[in-house]
Write a protein that binds this ligand. Structure first.
Ligand code: GRG
Length: 298
């Protein structure tokens, strides 16, 4: 069998996701135009679309297809983009650049940036509801909504962000850093994979395998992000490198060193692949994405 062609896979899915997002977001001139413009400004600023691609890969791993999960895939990108807009605000990380351009509050002011984030978060749940139209069993939609809400809320990403902010400038134990990474970043990445799998009719066994792989992949993603913040450049990252150090944030390389961080990320990627064995070749896209997470430069 031919090897999996990751570049083509990513390019095709990114193009389809961008078309679906363009259709899903209110037009730029729809009143009130300012907030819709701001939502589109951040959404179409060149993100990697990792989370929606994971939704699709999760579905494909259990025999589903892209169109079956496209509204949920768009929803995950909406939640992710909202989190970046709010994370960049002066009250949080106070960043000037994101995805290679001025942050939302720099371009539109703080109030509209906050509201654009709120608008994207709310739109996400509308899109997940739309995905319910394809489902024979309404309990699946209930599980998907619960899973994404938990991953995005105070038990997940928001919770991780709270502990991250409260830890700034303090020496924190390794377990606290793991908590921050697992909740702030990994939870949404894991939920992207599992919600796609759920919507495509995953069995409990398939779901358990994908859930385990998602948790490993999510943690690896954040460790690589920490490494890139030390090693990357503004041109590569589209945001200012070295920001973790400037903000006195604890990072994996700080606590464990760069080499041990690389080894941990690689081990997590291998663990994720081991968890996927029961799914056979159908999980090749997730395996390819796992390699992408480890090798990425932005
Ligand atoms: C404000 C509720 C709230 C949460 C913020 C995710 C997050 C929590 C903050 C983002 C801060 C950050 C840089 C986290 C590191 C991991 C991460 C989410 C990186 C950005 O994701 P990518 O690389 O971005 O997938 P693109 O632009 O490609 O979509």
């Amino acid at each position: 069998m031919s090897p999996f062609d990751l570049p083509s896979y990513l390019a095709e899915r990114r193009a389809a996701i961008d078309r679906a997002l363009d259709a899903a977001l209110p037009r730029e001139d729809a009143p009130p135009a300012t907030v819709h413009k701001a939502m589109r400004y951040s959404m179409f600023a060149g993100g990697k679309r990792l989370r929606p691609i994971l939704v699709i890969a999760g579905a494909e791993a259990v025999g589903g297809g892209m169109q079956q999960v496209m509204p949920a895939a768009c929803a995950l990108e909406c939640i992710h983009t909202y989190s970046l807009i709010h994370d960049d605000l002066p009250a949080m990380d106070d960043d000037d650049f994101r995805r290679g351009r001025p942050t939302s509050h720099k371009a539109f002011g703080e109030a509209i940036a906050i509201l654009a984030g709120d608008g994207l978060l709310t739109l996400a749940f509308r899109l997940i509801a739309d995905n319910g139209a394809t489902l024979a069993d309404p309990r699946v939609l209930r599980d998907v909504i619960a899973e994404i809400a938990d991953a995005a809320g105070t038990l997940g990403m928001v919770g991780g962000q709270v502990v991250d902010i409260e830890s700034e400038g303090r020496a924190i134990p390794a377990e606290t850093l793991e908590y921050i990474h697992a909740h702030k970043t990994a939870a949404l990445i894991r939920a992207s994979l599992t919600s796609g799998a759920r919507l495509a009719g995953a069995t409990p066994r398939q779901l358990a395998a994908i859930n385990a792989a998602g948790a490993d992949l999510g943690l690896a993603f954040q460790i690589v992000d920490d490494i890139l913040d030390v090693e990357g450049s503004l041109a590569e990252l589209g945001k200012t490198a070295g920001s973790d150090r400037r903000k006195h944030k604890a990072t994996y390389p700080d606590q464990h060193g760069l080499e041990a961080s690389r080894v941990r990320a690689k081990t997590l990627i291998e663990d994720a692949k081991a968890a996927l064995v029961p799914l056979g070749r159908a999980a090749d896209p997730i395996r390819g994405l796992a390699d992408f997470v480890f090798e990425r430069r932005s």
